[in-house]
Design a protein around this ligand. Sequence first.
Ligand SMILES: [Ca+2]
Ligand SMILES: [Ca+2]
Ligand SMILES: [Ca+2]
Ligand SMILES: [Ca+2]
Length: 358
Amino acid sequence: MSLLSGTAPSPTHPNTEDTMETNRLKSLLLPLILLGTMVDLARATPLFPNPSFAVGDHPVVSASADLNGDGLADLVVANDYSSDVSVLLGRPGRTFKAEHRYGVGQRPFALVIGDFNGDGRADLVVGNYFSGDLSILLGSGDGTFAAETRFGSGFSSHYITSGDFNADGKPDLAVANQGSGNVAVMLGTGNGTFPASTTYNVGGSPWSVAVADLNGDGITDLVVANSASGISVLLGNGDGTFEAGAGFSAGTVPSYVAIGDFNGDRRLDLLASNYGSNTVSLLLNTSTASPKLTISRTNSFVTVSWPYPSTGFLLESATSLTQGSWQGVSQSSVTNNGHLEITFAPTAQESYFRLRTQ
Ligand SMILES: [Ca+2]
Ligand SMILES: [Ca+2]
Ligand SMILES: [Ca+2]
Ligand SMILES: [Ca+2]
C-alpha cells in the first residue's frame, strides 16, 4: 500500500485520521478492481491481437505456403534493403517461429513459391531489382533452403509469376522488368535452373505480369500491367515463345490485373487496378478461339498435336485426297499431357482430320 498511497486521490471530507485512512483505502480499491476487470477482459477477448515478427530491413513482398509439410502455413518475406529473404515457419495458434534469413541479390522486390526442380518440395524464386537477376533457393522440405543460385533476368525485376509456357510440365517464369520496359520469359529445365531468358518489349514501366489463356486456344498467354502506358497482352505460341504484345488502355498507372469471367460469357476478362486514378478498369474479352496445331515429323510418323484438352474434342474421322470418304480413325488418337494428338504414317497425300466437340 505504501507504494500506491502516494498516488491515491485525497479523501473528500476527512474527519478523523481513521476515517481518512478508510476513505483512502476505498478510493484505492475501486480503481484497482476496475483495472483488474479490464485486464481479465483483455485476456478473455483480445479485440486487436496484433503480434509482430521480426524480419529483415524494409520487407517489401511476402508469400505463403506450407514449406515443411506440417499443415501450417509458413511465410516468406523479401527484404528490400537487407537483400535477403526471411522464412518464418508457422506454429499452432496462428503465430510464427523466429525468422531464418537467406541472402539473395541486390534489393529483392519480387517473390514466387513453387516446385522448380520437381522433387515435390517448395522452392523460392526471388527477383533482385538492382542486380538484374533471379535467386532460386531450393527447398529441402523441412522449411530450410539451400543457398541461392543466380540467373540473369534483366534489370529492375518488379514482379514474377510462374506457368508452363511450353507445355513440357516444367514450370517456367515470367518477370516484369520495370526499368527495362520488358518481360523476361525464362523456361525451366525442371531441375531448378533457368539458363536462358527471352525478353519481350511491352509498355512503359511494367509493374506486374499475370498468366492465363485469354484467347481460348489452350495455350498460356501473358498479361502485363504497364504503370506508364496501359495493359499488354502477349499471346502464347505454345512452344515457350510469345507474340508481340498488343496494347490496351486502362486508367492512370495500372499496377496489377485480376483475371476472371466478369460477364459470364466463358471468356476471361481483365480487371486492372489503377494506382494513379483510384479506379479499376474492366477490359471485356472479345476474342474467339483459334486453336493452333503443332505438327512434328520424323521418318516414320507425323504427329499433330491439338492444344485443347483431350476432354474437349474427339477425333472423329480422317480422309485423304485418294480416299474420297471419311474413315474412322479413333484408334490413332492418343493424349499427351492432356492434349489430343494424332499420329499417322507420312504419305505423299494430304490428310484431313475431322474433330468434334464432346
Ligand atoms: Ca508449415
Ligand atoms: Ca523443389
Ligand atoms: Ca515449361
Ligand atoms: Ca492462349
